[in-house]
Design a protein around this ligand. Structure first.
Ligand code: GDP
Ligand code: MG
Length: 714
């Protein structure tokens, strides 16, 4: 039947390779030596379903790292002969140790079938395997076999044939995720390899080659002659060595064991007592079925407490610093003078950028805590604990942390989705994060809720708004997973690294890395938008004849025969009217007026419209912009007078609609920028921006119109 395939049996010594080899080939075998070494080479033939197979029993190996002659022979065979299928023979009664070679075979890119041999032994020891989960985790079909009883041989042959016949698609994700630092070096080396590839390319999977070079594999090193790659590799090794305080190969190996131990924790049940390492003992407590969730919630509560408590004093300092700068800058101009430069510096730049930088202590502290939890190994467990709940809503255990951070700020939350290796899970999480009501929306609620709702309703109202966000996030995630982000759900395999005390340096480094990103990305975007918004509310200024009219009114008041106090009051009111007229006349005011017909169905007027546009820069701006259009000098959430004006102009229903719209609608520009960068495409950012705004519009219109028809909150 024409087709002839090459099948290699690989496995640890004593895993039963030769037994299975004999089962498959019977008498049709031939024993020789591998050239140059006294390692036995056994080869045989077998026909299954019309497909002829040449089967080779490779020498026993614990890894592909070529530490022994046997390992070198096995690896060279894979490299030079490129078997069509590699059967990884695993002693399943000693699964974790045997899987190490299997993981390396997968990384190498071998078309793999796994034989869980000695399954009789495994059963006797009380192990139960979730084969489907393990097979998904390791990208290979698994067949249970009992070699010396010839059990499972047909199923094994079937699996070999199906792998041989399957089209070889490049894998969608890496087998092992080596963590941020190592992954970065891997991509650097891969880039270097790509740009300096020999004619015809390398005979290896580039990722495997990069990892192996970082492991300082002597054999593979010899094959690299180009200096660019060599330099890249040694730089990477030096950096990792410094970072981990040990050779990268040790860290790489421990990551592989992390994947294996995570997979086994998930997919292997034992009816008898298993290993008892320190990590296991800690896990008995921290990931306990009953205590796990409460412990996790307490941990998170502590993190948020610390973040905000410790963050308060430095936030105060930053605020005073900006207030002080504003005062000093303002003093450069004579009192009462109107200067565009002064207004730009103070109203535009200091207020806009200051409003963002104020959150920096929180962000740094939050990242410090997260870096600590991550490096200590707890975060992987937390995801493990949350996974069952998150799966119900179509998300991943690892989505939980980013969504939680989203209640603080969407920007670090979106950055935190990096821990999700699966792109679909990551994008889904990223898309719904803005629905977690962020800290910048709180000032809006704090302004509106006390204005429109009686004391007893205030807490439930806040709770309701947050809950609406969460419920919408769950629904949106489900919809995304069923439509544009549809795809088979990747079985959850967590890497469970051993617990260890994080080093001071690495925790600080992680914190700084992300904090700096926030400062740079958000800072530049916010600066630009603040200036733009300032210009839009400042220009064009009122024409001369309008200004004169206000001036005349003021002069008339001065000339009147009333007390100075009354005069001041009248003049202040004229100033207010002038400021309001100026805003209505500005670009922002005109845009607000222009979109008013669109806003009407939600119950909003042009003033609210300009505030919502301001909210695009940062949600806090909604409050200050409302203050500006209502010409209240000091507009912050505490200001009574702004509240009174809102009460006079709007109904509780409109107040609720404002909160609803700001909760759901487009996130701020900084979030847009971060989503763009982190998703790698502006399309996702546009989808998030447009999709959420459309959703907000729809829901707010429905709520407002229904409320109006039913006469609620008018
Ligand atoms: P190799 O060194 O990897 O080639 O392993 P062998 O084929 O020599 O097998 C090692 C020993 O394990 C032999 O005594 C086999 O009879 C035994 N063996 C092979 N498969 C099984 C199995 O599935 N269950 C049990 N209990 N023993 C097996
Ligand atoms: Mg053997």
């Amino acid at each position: 039947m024409g087709k002839k395939i090459l099948v290699a049996l690989a496995g640890n010594p004593n895993s039963g390779k030769t037994t299975i080899f004999n089962n498959l080939t019977g008498m049709k075998q031939h024993v020789g030596n591998y050239p140059g070494v006294t390692v036995e080479r056994k080869e045989g033939y077998c026909i299954h379903k019309g497909i002829e197979m040449r089967i080779v029993d490779l020498p026993g190996a614990y890894s592909l790292s070529a530490y022994s002659v046997e390992e070198a022979v096995a690896r060279n065979f894979l490299v030079n002969e490129k078997p069509d299928v590699v059967v990884s023979i695993i002693d399943s009664s000693n699964l974790e140790r045997n899987l190490y070679l299997a993981v390396q075979l997968m990384e190498f890119g071998a078309p793999l079938v796994m034989a869980f041999n000695m399954s009789d032994e495994a059963k006797a020891r009380g192990y139960q395997f979730d084969l489907e989960k393990l097979s998904g985790a390791f990208f290979a079909p698994i067949v249970e076999t009992v070699g010396h009883k010839q059990q499972g041989m047909d199923a094994l042959l079937d699996a070999i044939v199906s792998v041989a016949e399957k089209e070889r698609n490049p894998r969608t994700r890496a087998v092992v995720n080596y963590g941020r630092e190592i992954e970065e070096e891997i991509s650097n080396v891969v880039e270097a390899l790509k740009s300096e590839a020999p004619p015809g390319g390398y005979p290896y999977d580039l990722r495997w080659l990069a990892v192996t070079l970082l492991e300082q594999d002597k054999e593979i090193e010899k094959e690299i002659t180009t200096s660019g790659v060599k330099d890249r590799v040694s730089q990477g090794i030096a950096r990792l060595q410094k970072f981990f305080g040990e050779s990268p190969s040790t860290e790489i190996a421990s990551r592989r064991y992390g994947l294996i131990s995570g997979a086994c924790q998930e997919a292997v049940r034992s009816t008898v007592e298993r290993r008892h390492t320190t990590s296991d003992k800690i896990d008995n407590f921290l990931t306990n079925r009953i205590l796990g969730l409460p412990i996790f919630l307490v941990m998170m509560y502590l993190v948020f407490m610390l973040t905000f408590r410790l963050g308060e004093p430095p936030m105060g300092w930053i605020e005073s610093f900006f207030a002080f700068s504003a005062e000093k800058i303002s003093a450069l101009w004579p009192a009462g003078s109107e200067s565009a430069v002064k207004s730009l510096l103070i109203d535009g730049i200091i207020n806009g950028v200051g409003g963002v930088i104020v959150f920096l202590p929180n962000i740094f502290l939050l990242f410090l805590a997260i870096a600590f939890l991550e490096d200590s190994g707890y975060m992987a467990r937390a995801a493990f604990i949350m996974d069952r709940i998150m799966h119900k809503i179509g998300l991943h255990g690892k989505s939980f942390m980013p969504m939680l951070i989203g209640f603080g700020c969407s920007i670090p939350a979106i950055m935190a989705t990096r821990s999700l290796e699966n792109r679909r899970d990551r994008l889904t999480t990223m898309m719904v994060i803005p629905l977690m009501s962020c800290g910048a929306r709180l000032p809006i609620y704090s302004l509106i809720i006390p204005a429109f709702f009686p004391q007893a309703w205030q807490a439930p109202m806040l709770w309701l708004i947050y809950s609406i966000g969460i419920i919408l996030a769950v629904i949106t995630a489900k919809i995304l997973r069923m439509t544009i982000l549809k795809g088979e759900s990747v079985p959850l395999v967590m890497e469970l690294p051993p617990y260890r005390m994080p080093t001071f340096k690495s925790v600080l480094l992680h914190m700084w890395e992300r904090g700096w990103l926030y400062l740079r990305k958000a800072g530049t975007v916010i600066l630009g938008i603040s200036i733009l918004l300032w210009a839009m509310t400042s220009y064009p200024g009122l024409p001369e004849d309008h200004l004169q009219r206000f001036e005349q009114q003021r002069n008339a008041v001065t000339a009147e025969n009333i007390t100075q106090e009354q005069k001041n009051e009248r003049i202040a009111s004229i100033d207010n009217s002038q400021a309001e007229a100026a805003i209505e006349y500005s670009i922002m005011g005109r845009i607000g007026r222009g979109i008013e017909p669109l806003l009407k169905p939600m119950g909003f007027d042009w003033r609210i419209g300009t505030a919502l546009i301001g909210g695009l820069a940062a949600k806090e701006v909604v409050v200050s912009q409302l203050g500006i259009v209502y010409s209240v000098g000091e507009a912050d959430e505490e200001s009574e007078s702004l509240r009174n004006k809102l009460i006079r102009n709007y109904s509780p229903l409109i107040g609720f609609a404002i909160m609803l719209f700001t909760l759901i609608s487009a996130p701020c520009m900084a979030t847009f920028a971060v989503t763009w960068k982190e998703s790698g495409s502006i399309r996702w950012a546009l989808l998030q921006f447009g999709g959420l705004t459309a959703l907000a519009y729809l829901i707010t219109v429905v709520v407002f119109q229904t409320g109006r028809l039913m006469g609620v909150g008018l």
